[in-house]
Design a protein around this ligand. Structure first.
Ligand code: HAM
Length: 422
């Protein structure tokens, strides 16, 4: 137990750090080019925020939150998603008084859900998300989807499928709720208890149930796309025209309802064409009512979230992971105890010239230092000591070609730096 991470969590190990950094750099670039600025919000929030924001009939709130009482008897919840925290920060810090739209992104924020751990479902995962506050036009969703699509294809990913749907607004959704209730009728009693509980309160949620018997019943349910009001229909059509103009392949998928209650109008997911057990790579949509619902001024908004672990899983499936860069370019070996200070100083000098350099920290023999340098993949070894040092030089050895040459001590660091940068 002591040396076992909790179920559904993963360490990010040093050998994987470069992959996370690579993805994060691309995420930052993509968000920055679209005018989004970074936001960081706390890992935990008051539970009430998610009850009201995410919705008390969702799976996330009903089954998956990590909720506890703190020492002050407050109910606290580890963030089960990123949007509610961003909205809370937008309201609390009066960001609505700044130039709108206000566009923010969060970079691989830790998210906690008590899910059944299986391939692609973790209890702690990390989301890159972009949220736009104050834009009512479908250009907002088009910008989000284009940025996301560009980011994913920029990583080399292929077979991406953008699925879009509209789930209406407070104007047209009641009509759909009624159509759904009429369709379900008496059959609601054949459905699971959770669905029965959702029937009166939030029938749309029933479409999101993962139980086979419920899925079979809702398979032929009426579609919300057939109940949209004029404004929602027009918004959805404009979004399609915008995506078409960007050459982004998309599919209308009337079955997407998303697992969170705040959505209005557009919802979207990017899934892999191969369809890995229905796992979405990314999900998002418009949430025009949420800011007001949480106590802020009426502000249209939209965003998406994408799990870093899912991106990595897909990159691995498509054989697209870049090679690990070397940890050290140059290992500086000492030829004995009296050479420790000059070798250490030489390595420090290389670092100041931008060369990744390392030296002995373990009191090893020359042979053991060579072995270590080889293990960590150093491209070169500099040997400090012996006759060369007495002559005011050091020996440089290319680990691959085994070629050796002598360099004057006072210009060696400069020369090595120029060589490596080339
Ligand atoms: P979500 O669809 O629940 O949406 O999650 C977004 C993404 O997070 C998923 O598509 C997936 O990549 C990743 N993800 C979710 N759950 C897990 C899990 N258990 N293990 C690994 N990865 C997971 C949201 O959270 C919304 N806040 C997105 C949003 C932002 N909508 C508007 N703005």
């Amino acid at each position: 137990m002591l040396t076992q991470a909790p179920k559904g969590t993963r360490d990010m190990l040093p050998q994987d750090a470069y992959l996370w950094q690579w993805i994060e750099q691309k995420e930052r670039e993509a968000a920055k080019l679209a005018g989004y600025r970074e936001i960081r919000t706390p890992v935990f929030e008051h539970t009430e925020l998610f009850l009201r924001g995410v919705g008390d009939t969702t799976d996330i709130v009903q089954k998956e939150m990590y909720t506890f009482k703190d020492k002050g008897d407050r109910s606290i919840t580890l963030k089960p998603e990123g949007t509610a925290g961003a909205v809370r920060a937008f309201i609390e810090n009066h960001l609505f008084q700044e130039a709108l739209p206000c566009k923010v992104y969060y970079l691989n924020a830790p998210i906690f859900r008590y899910e059944n751990p299986q391939s692609g479902r973790l209890r702690e995962h990390h989301q890159f998300g972009m949220e736009c506050f104050g834009g009512k036009e479908p250009t907002v969703e088009a910008e989000l989807i284009s940025t996301l699509y560009g980011f994913l294809t920029g990583l080399g990913l292929k077979n991406l499928c953008v699925h879009i749907n509209s789930i209406g607004c407070p104007e047209c959704r009641p009509k759909y709720h009624q159509a759904l209730k009429n369709y379900l009728g008496e059959r609601i009693h054949e459905m699971c208890e959770t669905c029965q509980g959702r029937f009166e309160k939030n029938p749309l949620r029933i479409l999101d149930c993962k139980e086979e018997k419920c899925k079979a019943i809702v398979k032929d349910a009426p579609l919300i796309l057939d109940c949209l009001c004029d404004e929602c229909r027009e918004h959805f059509e404009q979004l399609q025209a915008l995506l078409t103009a960007q050459g982004i392949p998309f599919q209308i998928d009337p079955h997407i309802v998303r697992g969170l209650d705040y959505y209005t109008k557009t919802v979207f997911e990017i899934i892999m064409q191969a369809g890995r057990e229905g796992l979405a790579l990314c999900g998002g949509g418009r949430y025009d009512g949420l800011v007001e619902q949480l106590g802020g001024p009426a502000t249209p908004a939209a965003g998406f979230g994408i799990g870093a672990e899912r991106i990595l899983m897909e990159l691995r499936n498509q054989n697209l992971l870049p090679e690990m860069p070397s940890v050290t370019d140059v290992y500086v070996a000492n030829l004995g105890a009296d050479m420790k200070i000059p070798a250490f100083t030489f390595a420090q000098g290389l670092r100041t010239k931008g060369v990744k350099a390392d030296s002995d920290l373990a009191g090893r023999s020359l042979k053991a230092q060579f072995k270590f340098a080889d293990k960590i993949g150093a491209k070169y070894i500099v040997i400090v000591g012996g006759d060369e040092y007495a002559r005011g030089t050091v020996k440089l050895r290319n680990m691959e070609s085994k070629e050796e040459k002598e360099l004057p001590l006072d210009s060696a660091a400069e020369e090595i730096s120029a060589m490596i940068q080339k």
